[in-house]
Design a protein around this ligand. Structure first.
Ligand code: NAD
Ligand code: MG
Length: 402
């Protein structure tokens, strides 16, 4: 029996992880569940999965949950805050940690799991975007096992050589090819993009995901973050990572080898496949995902991404090339901009503009410590927020002129 902590259990990935685990109750037990503030869903998960711990990010939500679990006579210890999250991520009784918190909030608990040598199922790509080098160092030092859950990186992991290597050329790899669905606005003109509302952007054609990553997918920032993620996971230079738009989302990514072979992993777009792969690794376990019928799919299409209309992809490549604290700033500015867009405080095309302006305004430093990265994250958030406030104060002014 292996015990699992699920960071972000009330989210899309968290719930799908519980779905896979519930099909293998002979192999996996739930040690801890964590959420931001959704007491109702957490209570229902506690009743169903009987974890030893439940962690709420907010103290007030934790207090509510404590009363509710007592009333229902559930034997769950309720913790709160970052301290509670890092405790259940690093606890000696835990073997597997699913890191599925969204955004920068996922960094410290994922890092705690790495230092404690856990098998980490990493969905929270923001951890690698913000602190790639420090996180990979912690994985090595803690002798943790890192398994990518992001479908593209999981696909690449599945078709990558298992040998240790110093660089990709040594194992005959030419290039990593990340596939992108292109999102719901692939065919949109600039004028149409200008009018995009949160409700429209929240409708992804192929995947059911949390709000932040759904918006990121529509702007192609998600692919940009994934380029940075691939750089750290597979030791790939930016020029070794190509992005190809593939609207069917059937090929989840590919690796191109020096002999002309391209290896791909295919499947229906359902995150339970990479989740089951991570949980079972190195074995394969059933995920209940419907097998892919190539006859039903009938055709697979590919095209180049349009970085004119979707500049977020270029912003991410540029931040990776700039190195140091630039990707952490990119991530922070993006989180603030996406949040403002979801609240209807800015327009859709303001998202890349705000990120660009934030990156232009702040200095890039070499990465020295997690404390420094957290300070850079806070500074970039404050800067983007200031730009948004200036826009609100003078609605006629576009961010480009702030
Ligand atoms: P979601 O919004 O559905 O869920 C997020 C979870 O994190 C929830 O449980 C929420 O309570 C928790 N959370 C949010 N803010 C928090 C905070 N400040 N402190 C503590 N907990 C907090 O998101 P999701 O779609 O499940 O995505 C989770 C992560 O997985 C993201 O990093 C995303 O990029 C990545 N990912 C998701 C998918 C997908 O298909 N959903 C695919 C690939 C990667
Ligand atoms: Mg992905």
């Amino acid at each position: 029996m292996q015990f699992v902590t699920i960071l972000g259990s009330t989210g899309t990935i968290g719930q799908q992880t519980l779905d896979v685990i519930s099909r293998h109750s002979d192999r996996y037990g739930v040690f801890a569940l964590t959420a931001h503030s959704n007491v109702e869903v957490m209570l229902q998960q506690c009743a169903q999965y009987r974890p030893r711990y439940a962690v709420m990010q907010h103290e007030e939500s934790a207090q509510q949950l404590r009363q509710r679990v007592q009333a229902e006579q559930l034997h769950v210890e309720v913790l709160s805050g970052m301290e509670g999250l890092t405790e259940v991520a690093a606890h000696a009784d835990v073997s597997i940690v699913m890191a599925a918190i969204v955004g920068a909030a996922g960094l410290l608990p994922a890092l705690a799991a790495a230092k404690a040598g856990k098998k980490i199922l990493l969905a929270n790509k923001e951890t690698l975007v913000m602190a790639g080098q420090l996180f990979m160092d912690a994985v090595k030092l803690g002798q943790a096992t890192l398994l990518p859950i992001d479908s593209e990186h999981n696909a690449i992991f599945q078709v990558m050589p298992r040998l240790p290597y110093k660089d990709l050329a040594e194992v005959g790899v030419n290039q990593i090819i990340l596939t992108a669905s292109g999102g719901p606005f692939r065919g949109y003109s600039q004028a149409q993009l200008q009018e995009v509302t949160p409700a429209l952007a929240l409708k992804h054609p192929n995947w059911v995901m949390g709000a932040k990553i759904t918006i990121d997918s529509s702007t192609l920032m998600n692919k940009g973050l994934e380029v940075i993620e691939a750089h750290w996971l597979f030791d790939a230079r930016p020029d070794q990572i190509e992005v190809v738009v593939h609207p069917q989302s059937v090929i989840h990514s590919m690796v191109s080898y020096v002999d002309g072979s391209i290896l791909a992993q295919l499947g229906n777009p359902d995150m339970r496949t990479p989740i089951a792969y991570g949980l079972g690794y190195p074995e394969r376990i059933a995920s209940a995902v419907k097998p892919l019928s190539l006859i039903e799919v009938a055709k697979l299409e590919f095209e180049a991404p349009d970085t004119q209309r979707f500049p977020c992809l270029t912003l991410a490549y540029d931040a990776l090339a700039a190195g140091g604290t630039a990707p952490a700033m990119l991530n922070a500015a993006n989180e603030v901009a996406v949040d403002a867009f979801l609240r209807d405080n800015i327009g859709y095309l303001d998202i890349p503009r705000l990120i660009d302006h934030t990156l232009q305004a702040l200095p890039v430093e070499p990465v020295a410590s997690i404390e420094q990265l957290l300070a850079v994250d806070a500074q970039a958030r404050a800067h983007t927020q200031q730009l948004i406030s200036a826009m609100a104060a003078s609605p006629a002014r576009k961010v480009a002129s702030v």
